[in-house]
Design a protein around this ligand. Structure first.
Ligand SMILES: [Zn+2]
Length: 168
């Protein structure tokens, strides 16, 4: 947090660019970085690449929630229905801090995958939260900006001690 790129609107990727070795290697590197950091999502601006691309998800399912690994490029999100949910979020760019963030409960995502193919999917609950958090990074938005109040801001150690056993 503090690097200007995190506050910029990232540029869309051209379809021709996606197949280049640079972008394919970047995607692989981002998955590795995310796994090494035990994150659930990582967006281009977080590795100082101001492009509309993020990776998300984990292979194993003993992590919090479950979400299959995805590569999302140039996403467009629309809310489905009007339900919102508040839950805890953290961010690899804001280490050791958690806070409660309201998000749309159900969304539809249109995007391009790493093969340059148009994809469309719906997501609910935890995966929907992750996708909204990562898409925000592409618009220079951090989860603090979405919080209704800062009263729930919590250091990770205190989160683990007081809050992680339930949704509080
Ligand atoms: Zn983040």
């Amino acid at each position: 947090m503090g690097h200007p790129v995190l506050r910029e609107r990232a540029r869309p990727l051209e379809v021709d660019e996606i197949s280049t070795p640079r972008i394919q290697r970047l995607i692989d590197d981002m998955f590795n970085t995310m796994h090494d950091s035990q994150g659930i999502g990582l967006a281009g601006p977080q590795v100082h690449e101001s492009i509309r691309l993020f990776v998300a998800g984990v292979d194993d399912d003993d992590d919090e929630g479950t979400m299959a690994p995805v590569v999302i490029i140039n996403p467009e999100i629309t809310q489905v229905g009007s339900a919102t949910e508040e839950d805890w979020e953290g961010c690899l760019s804001i280490p050791e801090i958690r806070g409660r963030v309201p998000r749309a409960a159900d969304i539809r995502v249109r995007a391009i995958d790493r093969h340059g193919k148009q994809i469309s999917m719906t997501a609910t609950g935890f995966p929907a939260r992750v996708i909204q958090h990562e898409t925000d990074h592409l618009d220079g938005v951090l989860f603090f900006d979405r919080m209704e109040s800062f009263r729930s801001l919590t250091f990770l150690e205190e989160y683990s001690r007081y809050w992680s056993s339930g949704d509080g």
